[in-house]
Write a protein that binds this ligand. Structure first.
Ligand SMILES: NC(=O)c1ccc[n+]([C@@H]2O[C@H](COP(=O)([O-])OP(=O)(O)OC[C@H]3O[C@@H](n4cnc5c(N)ncnc54)[C@H](O)[C@@H]3O)[C@@H](O)[C@H]2O)c1
Length: 429
C-alpha cells in the first residue's frame, strides 16, 4: 500500500519507519529543513533506540522517502497519516493549528478515488467528526479515521511491534479496512469504535496513567510524613491484579510532551461541557508540587542552597530519550539555580536540547566529572549509565556523600551501609 505520513517528528518518523518495515511504500513529509536534510540522508534527527537502523534500512531500499511537499505526499498516499504536534494552548486546549493547516492542505488536493486521512496526532475531542464534516462539505473522496498513538519515547520501536492494542476509530468497517491491512502483519489486538470514542480512549489512557503516578506521589509524601517506604507500599498495592504494578513508581513527577498536555486538554474538554474535572485537577496539582517539594527537601537538608555546588544527573524527562519537553529534571535544575545553587549537570543524550531550557546550568560531558566538588548528587533521570556506576566512584568525587534520589533508583540500605546520606522520594530516612 502507498502511505503518506505528514510530520517526521517522534511519532511520525516512528510510524513511517514501522509502516515501511511492514513492507509498504512510505512517503514522509517534514517541513523542518534541518530534520529533512538529515532524513533525506537516511539519518534520524532524534534519539530513539533501534530507530536509526530501521530508517536507514528502509531508506536504502527506497521504501521510505522524505519530502517537504505536502501536496506530493498527499497525491502519493492512499492512506495519509497526520502526525503533527498539538501542543497545549494557554487555556489547556490542544493547539490544533498545525493539524488544521495540514488537513486543509490535504483537502485542497482532489482525490480521484476514496482515500483515508488518519489522525495519529492527539487531537481535540470531536476533531475527526468535524474534519469529516469539512471533507463531506467539499464533496471530497476523503474519509477521516482516528488511530491514536500510544508509543512511549525511549521504547517507541518495540512499543510499535508489541502494542497492547491498536485503536481504530472509524465510521464503519469499510473506513477501518485500510488500516487493518497496513497493520495486519503486526498481529496485535485491534479494537474498532467510533472516532470520538477513539479520541477519548487516547486521553483517558494518558490521564489515567498520570493519575496513577500522582496517586503514588501522594502516598510518597505520606510515607515521608509517617516513616513508611513507598516502594513497599507500591509493591503491596501492585500485587492486587485489579491495580497492577506499573506506573506506581514514586518520583519527581510525570513529564514529557504528552501527560501534562493531555491532562490539560481533558480538563479543558470537560469544562467546555460543564463536566467537573476534579479528579484530574488533583492529579495535576500533585504533579506541579512534586519538583518543588523535592527541591525544598534538598534545601532543608543542606541548610540552604546559596553558593552550593550540586551535581545533577539526568535532564531528559525519562531515560532513553533526548526529549526534555516538560521535563521535571529541567524544572529542578532551574529551581536549584533560582535558589542560588551552582548546578553541574549531565545527561547522556539531552544536553544539547537542555542548554537553552536551563541556561544557568553548567554541563559536563562525563557524569562523574559533574560530581567533582559537589555538596550533593541529585538523580533526576534514571539512565542505566548512572545505575551502573559504582557508588564508591561517585563518593570519591563529592565533598560529602549525600544523594537525593528523585527516581528511587538506588537501594537506600546499601547506600547507607556504604556511608551515604540517602534521601529518596517517599522512603523512610
Ligand atoms: N511524542 C510522544 O511520545 C507521543 C506519543 C503519543 C502521541 N503523541 C502525539 O503525536 C503528535 C505528534 O507528536 P510528536 O512528539 O511527534 O511531535 P514533534 O513535534 O516531534 O513532531 C511533529 C513534526 O511535524 C512537523 N510538521 C508540522 N507541520 C507540518 C506540515 N504541515 N507538514 C509536514 N511536517 C509538519 C514538524 O516539523 C515536526 O517535525 C502530537 O499530537 C502528540 O500529542 C506523541
Amino acid at each position: 500500500m502507498q502511505v503518506a505520513v505528514i510530520g517526521g517528528g517522534y511519532v511520525g518518523l516512528v510510524q513511517a519507519a514501522i509502516v515501511a518495515d511492514l513492507g509498504h511504500d512510505v512517503m514522509c513529509c517534514e517541513i523542518d529543513p534541518e530534520k529533512l536534510a538529515a532524513l533525506q540522508q537516511g539519518k534520524t534527527p532524534i534519539y530513539e533506540q533501534g530507530l536509526d537502523e530501521i530508517v536507514a534500512r528502509n531508506h536504502a531500499k527506497k521504501r521510505l522517502i522524505f519530502v517537504s511537499d505536502l501536496a506530493e505526499a498527499t497525491r502519493f498516499g492512499e492512506v495519509i497519516f497526520i502526525c503533527v504536534a498539538t501542543p497545549a494552548n494557554e487555556d489547556g486546549s490542544p493547539n490544533m493549528d498545525a493539524y488544521w493547516d495540514a488537513f486543509g492542505k490535504i483537502l485542497d488536493i482532489p482525490a480521484d478515488k476514496p482515500k483515508i486521512i488518519v489522525n495519529k496526532s492527539t487531537v481535540a475531542v470531536g476533531t475527526a467528526r468535524e474534519a469529516q464534516r469539512l471533507a463531506d462539505e467539499k464533496g471530497s473522496n476523503y474519509h477521516v479515521v482516528s488511530n491514536p498513538e500510544f508509543l512511549r519515547q525511549g521504547t517507541a520501536v518495540s512499543d510499535a511491534y508489541n502494542a497492547d492494542r491498536i485503536i481504530i476509530g472509524a465510521k464503519g468497517y469499510a473506513e477501518a479496512a485500510a488500516l487493518l491491512e497496513i497493520y495486519r502483519d503486526l498481529n496485535r489486538p485491534t479494537f474498532i469504535c467510533d472516532t470520538t470514542s477513539a479520541e477519548l480512549i487516547k486521553y483517558a489512557s494518558n490521564c489515567f496513567l498520570a493519575s496513577k503516578i500522582s496517586f503514588i506521589n501522594f502516598m510518597a509524601e505520606l510515607c515521608e510524613a509517617y516513616g513508611g517506604d513507598v516502594k513497599d507500599v507500591a509493591r503491596g498495592m501492585g500485587m492486587d491484579k485489579r491495580i497492577g504494578p506499573s506506573f506506581l513508581q514514586a518520583g519527581i513527577g510525570y513529564g514529557g510532551s504528552c501527560f501534562g498536555k493531555d491532562v490539560d486538554a481533558l480538563v479543558h474538554a470537560a469544562q467546555l461541557k460543564d463536566v467537573r474535572p476534579e479528579a484530574l485537577l488533583a492529579a495535576r496539582s500533585v504533579n506541579h508540587h512534586q519538583p518543588v517539594r523535592f527541591v525544598d527537601r534538598i534545601e532543608r537538608t543542606l541548610g540552604g542552597l546559596e553558593g552550593k555546588t550540586i551535581a545533577l544527573w539526568g535532564l531528559a524527562f525519562k531515560p532513553e530519550t533526548d526529549d526534555i519537553r516538560d521535563s521535571k529534571a529541567i524544572d529542578i535544575a532551574n529551581e536549584l539555580v533560582r535558589r542560588g545553587a551552582v548546578v553541574h549537570a549531565h545527561d547522556p543524550e539531552a544536553m544539547k536540547r537542555a542548554a537553552a531550557a536551563a541556561p544557568g546550568v553548567c554541563f559536563f560531558d562525563a557524569h562523574l566529572d559533574a560530581a567533582v566538588g559537589a555538596e550533593a548528587l541529585v538523580l533526576a533521570t534514571e539512565w542505566n549509565v548512572y545505575r551502573n556506576t559504582d557508588p564508591e566512584e561517585i563518593r570519591q568525587r563529592l565533598v560529602r556523600p549525600v544523594i537525593f534520589d528523585g527516581r528511587n533508583m538506588f537501594d537506600p540500605v546499601e547506600m547507607r551501609r556504604g556511608g551515604w546520606k540517602y534521601y529518596g522520594v517517599g522512603r523512610a530516612e
